[in-house]
Design a protein around this ligand. Structure first.
Ligand SMILES: Nc1ncnc2c1ncn2[C@@H]1O[C@H](COP(=O)(O)OP(=O)(O)O)[C@@H](O)[C@H]1O
Ligand SMILES: *[C@@H]1O[C@H](CO)[C@@H](O)[C@H](O)[C@H]1NC(C)=O
Ligand SMILES: *[C@@H]1O[C@H](CO)[C@@H](O)[C@H](O)[C@H]1NC(C)=O
Ligand SMILES: *[C@@H]1O[C@H](CO)[C@@H](O)[C@H](O)[C@H]1NC(C)=O
Ligand SMILES: *[C@@H]1O[C@H](CO)[C@@H](O)[C@H](O)[C@H]1NC(C)=O
Ligand SMILES: *[C@@H]1O[C@H](CO)[C@@H](O)[C@H](O)[C@H]1NC(C)=O
Ligand SMILES: *[C@@H]1O[C@H](CO)[C@@H](O)[C@H](O)[C@H]1NC(C)=O
Ligand SMILES: *[C@@H]1O[C@H](CO)[C@@H](O)[C@H](O)[C@H]1NC(C)=O
Ligand SMILES: *[C@@H]1O[C@H](CO)[C@@H](O)[C@H](O)[C@H]1NC(C)=O
Length: 677
């Protein structure tokens, strides 16, 4: 009987469907489904990450903690496809949002309203990936994700057009279409731009016309009717993207410190999104814009009539105070810096943040200067300020341009450079603060009870490897770090490794060679060809990374102090153990034998392979990750003799002018930048 056959077929299909979705949806919202929220009190949104609902009903996607991300989903799955022809049907959504940054100079990443096949986006990354995708899956057809992004950060690797745009995204955060944020006036058709993170409340509409297969996004300031002309449209067949049943929600990520709010939200399947009742929207908390009034005038008014003498005295006092303040907080500012405004910190703010560069806030002293801990007063953001002395303005412009572009690098395994400040004879670099400090303290026992477990070590190695892939391959320019070493690896509060100290990094344009003056790096980590030519390349970074792997695996400094007061290179020592087959004797004794044997042996071999004296024998960072992941077997170690050559070359290359520096600090200068110190 054909009808029986059909019925059982449908039953089977239903069964398969519910098996495929491991958590079978209890309820599928149907063809005409609608919802509308004006505020989110007593709603059942599914929240994830930093997202929360404030007591007055705001949906707060990010909470102002640096690098946080958050997501919120409509609780029930929706059926996006027409049951009879399987095509994705028309839908409309609208939402009201605001981005409130606590410290106005620091931008954030953005918000996306998305449709995704599941509520489990645990693989997604923060920052530029908006908590929605990751560098592993961005662009992959199997994501089945559609989103409209409000992006306030220009990520080169995602080909963002600027730092204030609306984009239509399909399976990737490289938007298929994007446009400056704003709207077209209905009356005269002129475009009026809006600044997404201006702290103003704005409304966005997203419409998909199933028949035309057209996606439109429109925005306007709160209270304005929906403009007729969308700011961005794309033709895309969402039937080839969305799954039958999918979830709709918001995701958001902040790079620095911005709270992202959604105030209202509505959705209609096969119908316009219901109107959001604007008069019922919750209020935003008072922004940082409002500052207390000035009372100095009032005070003066009272003093004036009292006595002219008192007036003169107080004026003198005020003047001298101002002069002192002026001197104390004096900065150097050139005309060309105007465009870097957002990255420039005032000396006063940094002075206050570090309590006047008090010694109790001193984090450490590196090859280039002292590093202080601080807390920005308005935003409560913790920072690390590095003071570098310089005495020349020559090359400063180029250096600042570099700093600003480095500030755009965003990767979970890099310490972010937030900005800079210039003073006479001094440059201050402002970084994100890493509460756990640098890795060398853990390796060499300055922190009590701090032995890192093997799993932590391998996690750190992977983290740094992925930071290097990003620098070498994934950004628009090849960035050579030039100073990879344990003391430049900082740990965040989750013990993730973060590569820091871009003071030395130079941008090394694809194909464009840069003239170099002096060797930059740290003894024990400098590749032989770098010592000879002074030219840093991705492969000289790989060399240093190899030494770094050995350091973590063996728990020894790159230049070991042997008993006879003789210096032994860690590379040679490890190689000897590998060749004698006594690999386990090379592994850090502090691990007390608690390690994954095959991983540790792999790390030893990989460390040696990366720190091979001949650049051409070293793998690329991408290959290194493949070896670490076990996808590919690393090649056998090359012959012994070539390694002995290393010692020779090290000696030749170094003796002349490097050896006189202390081995714990970086060698060289940011010479072409600072003009010599
Ligand atoms: N962003 C940061 N957060 C916390 N501590 C830091 C940060 N940057 C540097 N430090 C601390 O300051 C010390 C000196 O840093 P740095 O100048 O980078 O050293 P070096 O020049 O030797 O690499 C480091 O050992 C580290 O403990
Ligand atoms: C939220 O869920 C609870 C239990 O699942 C239900 O009782 C309640 O009515 C729901 N509230 C809304 C606003 O949907
Ligand atoms: C913000 O959310 C993150 C992640 O849930 C949490 O660790 C952090 O403490 C929160 N910060 C504040 C200020 O609530
Ligand atoms: C579903 O598709 C059928 C056939 O194309 C069409 O007749 C029907 O109107 C569609 N339903 C909706 C709700 O769009
Ligand atoms: C979410 O997906 C990840 C893999 O991406 C998986 O490891 C994890 O168990 C899933 N979590 C839930 C709650 O299903
Ligand atoms: C896309 O994702 C699938 C499943 O996660 C994976 O098997 C596939 O290799 C990915 N494709 C690409 C090109 O990364
Ligand atoms: C277009 O109209 C808007 C609103 O009426 C007005 O603010 C704007 O100045 C007009 N622009 C031009 C170029 O006339
Ligand atoms: C849209 O995509 C679906 C699924 O891939 C396909 O079946 C359909 O033919 C496409 N429509 C058009 C007009 O290309
Ligand atoms: C919005 O809510 C207010 C207060 O509940 C109500 O008086 C008003 O009628 C509502 N407006 C619309 C358009 O529903």
């Amino acid at each position: 009987m054909p009808s029986m056959k059909l019925a059982s077929f449908l039953l089977l299909k239903l069964l398969l469907l519910s098996l495929g979705l491991s958590m079978a949806p209890p309820f599928l919202a149907g063809d005409e489904h609608q919802f509308s929220y004006s505020g989110f009190s007593n709603t059942n949104l599914t929240l994830d990450g930093a997202a929360s609902i404030t007591p007055n009903g705001l949906l707060m996607l990010t909470n102002g903690t640096s690098r946080s991300m958050g997501r919120a989903f409509y609780p029930d799955p929706l059926r996006f496809r027409n049951l009879s022809d399987g095509a994705v049907q028309s839908f409309s959504a609208s939402f009201v949002f605001a981005m409130v940054s606590i410290y106005k100079d620091l931008s954030s990443n953005g918000i996306a309203m998305f449709i995704a096949p599941s509520k489990n986006l645990s693989a997604a990354m923060r920052m530029q990936y908006l908590g929605l995708l990751s560098n592993q899956n961005d662009g992959n057809q199997t994501n089945h994700i559609f989103a409209v992004e409000l992006d306030t950060f220009q990520n080169w690797e995602l080909q963002d057009m600027n730092d204030n745009h609306v984009g239509i995204d399909v399976n990737s955060l490289r938007s298929i279409q994007s446009h400056d944020a704003g709207f077209y006036h209905d009356k005269n058709g002129t475009f009026q731009s809006l600044s997404l993170d201006s702290q103003e409340v704005m409304q966005v509409w997203v419409d998909y016309h199933g028949e035309k297969m057209q996606i439109d996004a429109t925005m306007a300031p709160l209270g304005m009717d929906k403009p007729t002309r969308p700011i961005v449209s794309a033709n895309y067949n969402l039937s080839s993207v969305l799954t039958d049943v999918a979830y709709i929600g918001f995701s958001s990520a902040e790079g620095k410190i911005t709270k992202h709010y959604v105030l209202g939200w509505s959705f209609g399947m096969n119908s316009p999104a219901p109107a959001i009742n604007l008069s019922m929207l919750p209020k935003l908390p008072p922004g940082p814009r409002t500052k207390g009034g000035r009372r100095r005038l009032q005070v003066l008014e009272i003093i004036l009539p009292l006595a002219t003498a008192a007036l003169i005295l107080s004026v003198a006092a005020v003047v001298s105070l101002l002069v002192r303040r002026h001197l104390r907080y004096a900065e150097v500012r050139d005309d060309w810096e105007v465009e870097y405004g957002p990255h420039r910190f005032s000396y006063k703010d940094l002075f206050r943040a570090t309590e006047g560069f008090d010694n109790k806030n001193l984090l450490g002293t590196g090859g280039f200067g002292r590093v202080y801990r601080g807390e920005l007063s308005r935003s409560k953001l913790m920072i690390a300020v590095k003071r570098v002395s310089h005495h020349s303005r020559q090359g400063m412009k180029e250096f600042i341009a570099e700093i600003v572009s480095i500030g755009r690098l965003q990767n979970p395994n890099l310490v972010h450079l937030l900005g800079y400040c210039r003073r006479r004879g001094e440059l201050l670099l402002v970084y994100e603060y890493m509460p756990k400090g640098s890795l060398d303290k853990y390796l060499y026992g300055e922190v009590d009870n701090s032995t890192l477990s093997w799993d932590q070590r391998i996690w750190i190695i992977r983290g740094i490897a992925s930071a290097l892939i990003y620098l070498h391959e994934e950004w628009e320019k090849v960035v050579v770090h030039r100073d990879i070493k344990a003391s430049n690896v900082l740990l965040d509060d989750e013990l993730n490794a973060r590569l820091g100290d871009f003071g030395l990094a130079r941008l090394y344009d694809h194909g464009v060679e840069q003239e170099t003056t002096r060797v930059v790096g740290t003894i024990g980590y400098i590749a032989p060809e770098l010592a000879r030519t002074g030219k840093g390349t991705p492969l000289t970074d790989v060399f240093a990374f190899g030494v770094f792997i050995l350091e973590l695996t063996c728990g020894q400094r790159p230049i070991m102090q042997s008993t006879q007061d003789e210096q032994v290179m860690l590379v040679d020592w490890a190689l000897e153990h590998v060749q004698q087959g006594s690999l386990d004797d090379a592994i850090d004794i502090r691990l007390k034998g608690q390690y994954n044997v095959s991983e540790a042996h792999l790390a030893l071999k990989l460390g040696l392979l990366c720190s091979h004296p001949f650049a051409c024998a070293r793998p690329s960072m991408r290959q290194v990750i493949q070896y670490l992941d076990g996808h590919i077997e690393p090649p056998e170690l090359p012959a012994h003799q070539s390694f002995q050559a290393l010692a020779l070359m090290q000696n030749e290359g170094f003796d002349s002018y490097i050896m006189s520096y202390r081995s714990s600090t970086s060698v060289g200068t940011i010479s072409s930048i600072s003009g010599g110190r």
